[in-house]
Design a protein around this ligand. Structure first.
Ligand SMILES: [Ca+2]
Ligand SMILES: [Ca+2]
Ligand SMILES: [Ca+2]
Ligand SMILES: [Ca+2]
Length: 397
């Protein structure tokens, strides 16, 4: 045997040793995992003192690990509940649940051959169903008795077969206080399509669900959120101006007020004062109630006449009315004393004299107020003379 042959033999022996070690480890590792022959359980099954209905789910577990499951096909009986375990589970407790409720126990025995074991199971369901995924689709509708929304909830009890009636309280939106929700086959969902009666005030509603199981355990803690949309503009009434007429002197004021009512909160109330020299969107303030008001004067250049000052009232949903209600305000014809050209209440004062002189040379426009002698010519020589005489008290205008 040469050196290279020796080397080859060493390699083969080494490889063989490794394989041997690996197979030994595999054997040790699988010793506990070797599945044992199952125990087949059967017997009577009751839930809340009555024969469990067909479709009842029975689970078996060892150490919290599911090791067998059967769904009954006969009322009050179960068969062929095959419980499997490992050799290492020998002596452990098998826990049985019926529809999720503890129903009995047995002991797991490892055995090389399958065995049959009769075990009657008795369970009490005192748990209300669990209600989740409560929703309305769409989540908001108009209260017109026409637009619909689909209300949905997921209801889970110990077994599908123990879920009883699921209802929703629609009384707040004009429906039945115990409207039944229909079960959708093959799911855990219950659903119903609803509308909101026309009389329903807009706002957010919580429609309570009542999910009961067949034993009368009920869950009434979950509600479906639904918003009833506001599509109505605020109602505006009682437009008033106090006093109802003022002079256009930029000083005398009138209090403008209206009553504004809405199902939702009011966003703003304004009045258009542009015709009398004010803001087109003058804010009217509420003093706490439904009455909104503001004080206004009329600018000096406001022609006399009757003015219709339009109100715009909007709710927080953007519904507004700016065309149907206005406040009537009378702007009086103003008369000033003859010779009081600047309307300051003083006749023939220095400013009046200056204005007459300017008007006489065309520096400012001479109106009929400047025709003191009434000859039809405004700010002529006689008018100037009269103004000057009046200013020193020689005549009274
Ligand atoms: Ca239950
Ligand atoms: Ca509204
Ligand atoms: Ca004057
Ligand atoms: Ca004149």
């Amino acid at each position: 045997m040469n050196d290279s042959m020796k080397m080859g033999l060493v390699k083969v022996i080494t490889l063989f040793s490794i394989l041997l070690a690996l197979s030994g480890m595999a054997a040790i590792a699988s010793a506990d995992e070797v599945p044992q022959a199952p125990i087949m359980f059967y017997g009577a099954v009751t839930l809340n003192d009555a024969n469990a209905s067909s479709g009842t789910a029975i689970n078996a577990s060892i150490d919290g690990k599911l090791c067998g499951r059967v769904v009954t096909t006969t009322e009050g009986r179960y068969q062929k509940l095959t419980v499997t375990g490992n050799e290492s589970d020998d002596g452990e407790t098998i826990t049985f649940t019926v529809c999720g409720a503890t129903a009995g126990t047995a002991v797991w025995h490892a055995s090389p051959t399958p065995t049959m074991q009769e075990l009657d199971l008795t369970a009490v369901d005192d748990e209300a169903p669990v209600v989740t995924n409560a929703n309305a689709n769409p989540s908001s509708i108009v209260a017109d008795g026409i637009e619909t929304t689909q209300l949905n909830v997921t209801v889970i009890d110990g077994c599908r077969c123990t879920v009883g009636t699921v209802t929703v309280d629609l009384s707040a939106i004009g429906g039945d206080a115990a409207q039944e929700m229909t079960y959708i086959e093959g799911t855990d969902i219950h659903t119903v399509e609803v509308t909101a009666a026309e009389s329903t005030p807009p706002g957010a509603y919580g429609l309570y669900v009542n999910a009961s199981d067949v034993f009368g355990n009920c869950n009434t803690s979950v509600c479906i959120d639904l918003v009833i949309k506001d599509v109505e503009a605020p109602a505006i009434s009682n437009p008033d101006a106090d006093p109802e007429s003022i002079v256009a002197d930029g000083a005398e004021t009138s209090q403008l007020s209206v009553t504004v009512v809405d199902d939702s909160d009011i966003d703003f109330v304004t009045v258009d004062l542009s015709a009398i020299g004010g803001s087109a969107v003058q804010v009217m303030e509420s003093s706490g109630g439904d009455i909104y008001s503001t004080d206004t004067n009329a600018s000096m250049d406001t022609p006399p006449g009757t003015y219709y000052l339009y109100i715009n009232a909007s709710d927080v949903f953007g519904n507004y009315d700016d065309t149907s209600v206005c406040i009537e305000l009378e702007i009086e014809t103003t008369t000033y004393a003859k010779g009081d050209l600047d309307h300051n209440g003083q006749v023939a004062d220095a400013v009046d004299v200056a204005m007459m002189l300017q008007a006489s040379v065309g520096g400012i426009t001479a109106t009929s107020e400047y025709d003191l002698d009434g000859n039809g010519q405004n700010a002529d020589a006689v008018d100037v003379a009269m103004m000057l005489q009046a200013s020193v008290g020689d005549i009274t205008l």
